[in-house]
Design a protein around this ligand. Structure first.
Ligand code: F6R
Length: 612
């Protein structure tokens, strides 16, 4: 949801800003802009509507803009249409303050009204222009320094922000502030950097500082000073980032999504081995004790999108294995329905970015009620990871493609490990069953690799259906959770309308949409539900549907019913989502490619949804 970058040092800033924005383009891509200063000269501002390549062209790859201090932004529009005018940076009319912002200023209308009365004029529809001019207002009114002016603004606005500003009177310096939107800072070789996410600055430094909520910082070449809201200096230690730069490159694949699908075995393997030693699960790094596990009355999974689908699978897996009550809820609904939580409940937030606004709000709601929270998160140091009581880090590495694949798979692995440990600690499985379940989890990475071998057939099939109008995904039990994810993957990157249905539910209305040739994908990995699923598929086939079946090796009789089959290796039925999701990810990918779409950056989306 918008990406921001900043640089101050000895080199020319514009190429560094553009490169950083390239790594952040997944966060928003409807317009972009930079502001660069050379010494105390006025800043040069360049903006362009559309993809970042337009900004590259306008600035001759950054070479046409000279200056060693600058800020940049890639936008996912919230307030005001995507246009050059609404693109960041925004500034006060006299160029005294110029800034970029990720987040939403909820009170921007009141600020605009107040400032209009004070003689300010507004030229864009954005909330950011109000924010920048508000800072300018306090800076001038009280004749105070940048940190005090920003602090004064922070306590008077409502909303979320990662903000980077330059002041006319402070050449070579950038001032930043943060509330609920991500931002990291870095320093190396007498230069200083800021960005919304680590990949943007990884080429220059691995020493990253996490700025806390309601904190500010001042960047000058080779120096970063942090401040609290009172303007007092605070000390921070850098964190060493372990990812290598290659992890954020396409590595020979045409798209990040395909590369990341191929990284699923590794993501799952690394996640499993982070808590699995000598044939046993050890959750001490997560901080969950056996006693805590035994005392849990109920688990509430809260998440959005694909991460919610992990929760949907978790509900089946954890309830069945550990016999603990589980509820899964959309994080955006959880916070507004005054959830009734028991004092021994556990709220588990699932999030790749660790920054999703609704998931963060759900964690805060639980904490406000005094309920224990656990986060399953991929991005180290992210807000959700820092605020939850316990963190189970998925080790998927940086995920760049907007549509999640490897992070989803790593989240599933984390959930399985929790489920099996809960089952053991709560006395629901004996040692032998525990070993067998863990053995099946440990085999998943190589089985995912095997599943990837079928990609040519899936590509062929995807090309055949790339012109489809609607696609339906059906499943029962865990297969329903898989269908949800398959359907989301398909619609988000192919723009083909698709729906996932619990197979038994279809005939209660939706079956009227099935026409001659409608593609219906049936997921049948649950042996106990297999025959029921076959009956449901026959029901849609007799209404003209074209059937694809996704099942385990051995269920060859499925070919009597469906038109095209994809087989996955056999595993314990609780863990089939990890294997069945792969062909569905591949299918969505190939349909998107066949339609000539931008697979990694589907329209209207952003990787990290930091607004409600
Ligand atoms: C879909 C997708 C989204 C995310 C959702 C939550 O492919 O990626 O649905 O799963 O926006 O994001 P995180 O996991 O960062 O909280």
């Amino acid at each position: 949801m918008c990406g921001i970058v900043g640089f101050t040092g000895k080199q020319n800033a514009a190429p560094i800003l553009l490169e950083g924005l390239t790594r952040l383009e997944y966060r928003g891509y409807d317009s972009a802009g930079i502001a660069v200063r050379e010494g105390d000269k006025p800043p040069v501002i360049v903006k362009a509507k559309g993809r970042l390549k337009n900004l590259y062209e306008k600035t001759n790859d950054g070479m046409a803009v000279i200056g060693a201090c600058g800020i940049g932004h890639t936008r996912w529009a919230t307030h005001g249409e995507p246009s050059e005018n609404n693109a960041h940076p925004h500034c006060s009319d006299d160029l005294n303050v110029i800034g970029v912002h990720n987040g939403i200023i909820e009170s921007y209308q009141q600020i605009r009204e107040k400032l209009t009365r004070k003689g300010y004029r507004f030229h864009t529809e954005t909330d950011t222009e109000a924010l920048i001019k508000y800072i300018d207002y306090y800076y001038k009114k009280y004749n105070m320094g940048p940190i005090d002016a920003i602090a004064k603004t922070m306590v008077r606005i409502r909303g979320s922000y990662a903000l980077a500003v330059m002041f006319r009177d402070y050449p070579g310096e950038i001032f930043v502030a943060r509330k609920d939107s991500p931002m990291i800072l870095g320093m190396e070789d007498g230069e200083a950097y800021l960005a919304s996410d680590v990949p943007a600055i990884l080429k220059y430094t691995r020493n990253v500082y996490y700025i806390g909520n309601m904190e500010m910082a001042r960047l000058s070449p080779g120096k970063i000073t942090f401040f609290n809201l009172d303007g007092d200096e605070i000390e921070k230690e850098p964190t060493l980032i372990q990812w290598d730069t290659e992890a954020a490159e396409k590595g020979g694949f045409q798209h990040f999504m395909m590369k990341e699908i191929h990284e699923e075995p590794k993501a799952v393997r690394d996640t499993i081995h982070s808590v699995c030693h000598d044939g046993a699960i050890d959750l001490s790094a997560v901080g969950l004790t056996t006693e805590e596990i035994r005392n849990v009355d109920m688990i509430h999974f809260v998440a959005c999108g694909s991460a919610y689908h992990v929760g949907a699978a978790a509900q089946y897996v954890m309830e069945d294995l550990a016999r603990v009550r589980v509820r899964v809820e959309l994080a955006s609904e959880f916070r507004y329905r005054r959830p009734i939580l028991g004092k021994n409940d556990l709220v588990i937030a699932v999030s790749q970015s660790g920054e999703t606004a609704d998931t963060l709000a759900a964690i805060r709601e639980a904490k406000a009620q005094g309920i224990k929270t656990l986060a399953i998160v991929n991005v180290v140091g992210s807000t959700i990871a820092r605020e939850a009581d316990h963190v189970f880090y998925t080790l998927a590495g940086p995920e760049i493609s907007v549509a999640t694949t490897k992070a989803y798979s790593a989240q599933l692995a984390a959930v399985y490990l929790l489920a099996v440990q809960f089952a053991l600690d709560r006395g629901m499985v004996d040692g032998q069953t525990y070993d067998k379940l863990l053995g099946d989890i440990l085999r998943l990475p190589e089985q995912i690799e095997k599943t990837l071998e079928d990609k040519e057939r899936i590509q062929w099939f995807a090309a055949k259906f790339s012109g489809a109008k609607d696609i339906f995904f059906l499943g029962r039990g865990i297969d329903y959770a898989i269908a949800l994810e398959g359907s989301l993957k398909m619609k988000e990157i192919s723009y083909i309308h698709s729906e996932a249905y619990a197979a038994g539910e279809l005939k209660h209305g939706t079956i009227s949409l099935i026409e001659d040739g409608t593609l219906v994908v049936g997921v049948l990995t649950q042996e106990n539900l297999y025959e029921k699923m076959i009956s449901n598929l026959v029901e849609v086939k007799s209404r003209g549907a074209y059937l694809m079946g996704l099942t385990s090796y051995g269920n060859y009789d499925i070919e009597d019913t469906v038109d095209f089959t994809v087989y996955i290796p056999k595993t314990d039925p609780h863990f089939t989502a990890s294997l069945a999701v792969v062909p569905l990810q591949l299918m969505a990918y190939y349909v998107s490619v066949a339609r000539g779409l931008d697979v990694d950056k589907p329209r209207n989306l952003a990787k990290s949804v930091t607004v409600e």
